[in-house]
Ligand binder design. Structure first.
Ligand code: PMP
Length: 411
């Protein structure tokens, strides 16, 4: 048996012990294994569940047009690319996807990365450095925080969606020729609330700061062209760095940045998470291309309407039964629904208990506990799909309300 310090440390890790205890008790919401997925239901460990814990918001993951896109790419190019974009890993399909994305967003150019996580990591680290400042929302995604740390820039967090705190961070003087990069999510993945993009863009202009928005959860859903939250708030042209994942609305794998040709060419030669990794596999790129085309079509418009209508029905149904759900977001023209409906629970163990009861009743939800959310901020995270039927929404509303009421008694 090896006995070096690192190997010994691995044997006593508290988080690993906790994970093993949860796995042994069969109580853990994490790493459950699905045997089949025909959205909006899924078979997990032998039982059919209504899926309310997937980012497949538009229901495209097994859509015939997206399957056909993946299949055609697989047939033409095979399973793998076996090289980085820089060397042998650029297919005409990657270029076609980038052109389609740039055309869709009305930008000069776009760059596709192998995953969304790498997109944020590589982009942020390439754009700013030690003499710059990153001003980032405290609820921004982990990939943004990791990219910020890797960049070496000074990081200033502002309180989630708090414009006064954002302005305070922006108004601090910066030395020399350092630049400021503000980074927000368009739609926050835990609470499901939108960033007030119009006010954020105005503050960036006032303080000469660049604006980056991560549209991972808003792409395909908001705005007349369904390009995301910036479009919904009428400020798509004021975003300097637009990022999105291809793994949620578009139901493939990958991520992209779209913007000016100066930005995209800089990333082409500077983003290490783009240069030093194998490019997206043909089936994923073919699926993403088909999905982007579908999102841009009238069927895409219809699916975006349906997901928001379904979200409204679920949120209002739960609220009517006394369940504490996140508020809808203010948006131009009133309030708007979010495909992510959060149920406030508070206590981590209670959230896991609720998850287990719902799992046994045939409903699969996500739970977010510390450190994914602040301490005592545990939630159930419900994700609605365009394909949920009224009967399924009624069933899950009933089961969630009943389970929350039962568990409140002992909480
Ligand atoms: N940004 C946000 C806001 C996300 O939620 C995620 C994924 N959870 C990512 C980026 C990373 O995207 P991907 O899963 O495509 O790597």
């Amino acid at each position: 048996m090896p006995t070096n310090r690192l190997v010994k440390r691995l044997q006593g890790d508290d988080r690993v012990e906790l994970f093993r205890a949860a796995r042994a008790s069969d109580f853990s919401p994490y790493f459950r294994v699905a045997e089949s997925v025909t959205a909006p239901t899924v078979v997990i460990e032998g039982g059919e569940k209504i899926m309310l814990g997937s980012n497949n918001y538009l229901g495209l993951a097994d859509h015939p047009a997206i399957r056909a896109g993946a299949q055609a790419a697989l047939d033409k190019f095979g399973a793998a690319v076996t090289g980085s974009r820089l060397l042998n890993g650029t297919l005409d399909l990657h270029i076609e996807l980038e052109k389609e994305i740039a055309d869709w967003h009305g930008t000069d150019d776009a760059l596709v990365f192998t995953t969304g996580y790498q997109t944020n990591l590589g982009t942020i680290a390439a754009l700013v450095g030690p003499s710059d400042r990153i001003v980032v929302d405290s609820a921004a995604h982990a990939s943004i925080r990791d990219g910020a740390a890797l960049s070496g820039a000074r990081i200033v967090k502002f309180t989630h969606n708090d414009l006064v705190d954002l302005e305070r961070a922006l108004s601090r003087p910066i030395e020399g020729d350092g630049a400021i990069l503000v980074i927000v999510d368009g739609l926050y993945s835990m609470e499901g609330d939108l960033a007030p993009m119009d006010a954020i863009a105005a503050l960036c202009t006032k303080y000469d700061a660049a604006l980056m928005v991560d549209e991972a959860h808003s792409l395909g859903i908001y705005g007349p062209n369904r390009t995301g939250a910036a479009e919904l708030f009428g400020v798509a042209n004021e975003v300097d760095v637009k990022m999105a994942s291809l793994s949620k609305g578009p139901s493939s794998t990958g991520g992209f940045i779209t913007g000016s040709s100066d930005l995209i060419d800089t990333l082409r030669v500077q983003a290490r998470a783009y240069i030093f990794t194998t490019s997206g596999v043909p089936a994923a790129v073919g699926a993403a291309l088909a999905a982007v085309r579908l999102i841009r079509s009238s069927e895409g418009a219809d699916r975006a309407t349906r997901v928001l209508d379904n979200a409204r029905v679920l949120r209002e149904g739960l609220a009517a039964q006394g369940v504490e759900v996140g508020a809808p977001s203010p948006a131009p023209g009133g309030e708007t629904a979010s495909p992510i409906v959060s149920v406030h629970v508070g206590d981590d163990l209670l959230a896991v208990g609720l998850w287990r009861s719902l799992f046994d009743k045939g409903v699969f939800v996500s739970t977010a506990v510390h450190p994914a959310v602040p301490r005592t901020g545990a939630i159930l995270r419900l994700c609605v799909m365009a394909d949920h039927t009224p009967a399924q929404l009624a069933e899950v509303t009933e089961k969630i309300a009943e389970t929350v009421a039962e568990n409140k008694a002992w909480a």
